[in-house]
Design a protein around this ligand. Structure first.
Ligand SMILES: [Zn+2]
Length: 291
């Protein structure tokens, strides 16, 4: 289906309401490959992936976005990132048994942050209150309390797909715009079921919700799972550890094996690599003086 792994923007004509629909299919399954996440964690990851793809579509291009939950219990870490090319990656770590699916209970005592990084290097970080039933509700609440554009989102996941809808009210309103459009659009979106969000083709879904509105639907843009890890990045991490530490690990284990937490790519460094790590990094000797 051409709509797989894509985002589509739309606007409700004669209103200040715009929306985005995101579907993750193959990309979502690829992210889960070889993982053994408990179903509740898998759901949370799917919601996080869909949410950041939706949120990044509302930002200026060339921004990357990270959603991070840390130091919670039982979810000790969850990281989901999307870059300016709409490539996302994510992972989660947890401890103990996972029984309660509410966000508040899953991430008890932890912190949820959203970080936007612009190409220029500027960074903005927001802390999102997690005392909510779901990630969508926490984000809804965050937008209500912050001085940002009125925004709401609906997220649904299963092991095959993750999908979401985001609505946003733009500040500019024309005289003939319907002042009640935002409330109406949200109320109608509240009637959508998870199955409809996950299964219905975009046009059918929009018709189901907004058949009384005039909808302008834009072309879809692709979304993909991709990790930007590299051997060089992990080599830098080892350099940061320091030569002595690296030699100690080598003495103990023979070689150093690093698995990327996002894509599970494996990187091996043996003792010869280790020597190279630190000679490559050495200050080059000055060239001999010419006479
Ligand atoms: Zn990776």
């Amino acid at each position: 289906m051409s709509e797989s792994d894509s985002q589509r923007r739309f606007i409700l004509e004669h209103t200040n309401v715009r929306g985005i629909l995101t579907r993750l299919d193959n990309s979502w399954r690829t992210m889960l490959e070889g993982r053994d996440y408990p179903p509740i964690i898998e759901d949370l990851l799917g919601q996080a992936a869909t949410a950041i793809c939706l949120l990044s579509a509302t930002l200026k291009s060339n921004s990357s976005l990270t959603l991070q939950i840390q130091n919670g219990n039982p979810v000790t870490l969850l990281v989901m990132q999307v870059n300016e090319s709409q490539h996302f990656r994510g992972m989660a770590e947890w401890q103990g048994e996972i029984t309660d699916s509410s966000l508040e209970k899953l991430c008890h005592g932890g912190q949820l942050t959203i970080t936007i990084e612009q190409e220029s290097g500027e960074r903005y970080q927001s802390i999102v209150d997690m005392h909510q039933e779901s990630l969508a509700k926490a984000l809804h609440n965050y937008f209500q309390q912050s001085e940002q554009l009125p925004t709401d989102l609906w997220l649904a996941t299963n092991s095959q797909h993750a999908a979401g809808l985001l609505l946003q009210a733009l500040p500019e309103q024309n005289e003939d715009d319907d002042p009640d459009a935002w409330n109406r659009a949200c109320q109608l979106a509240n009637t959508i079921t998870d199955d409809e969000l996950l299964e219905l083709p975009t046009e059918e879904l929009l018709h189901r919700l907004y058949h009384e509105e005039d909808i302008r639907l834009y072309e879809s843009s692709p979304v993909a799972f991709r990790c930007n890890c590299s051997r060089e990045r992990f080599a830098d991490n080892l350099r940061n550890l320091g030569e002595k530490e690296v030699q100690d690990i080598l003495k103990e284990q023979g070689s150093i094996r690093i698995n990327c937490g996002f894509c599970q790519q494996q990187y091996d460094f043996d003792s010869i690599d280790a020597v190279q790590l630190f000679t490559d990094n050495a200050v080059p000797e000055l060239p001999p003086t010419q006479h």
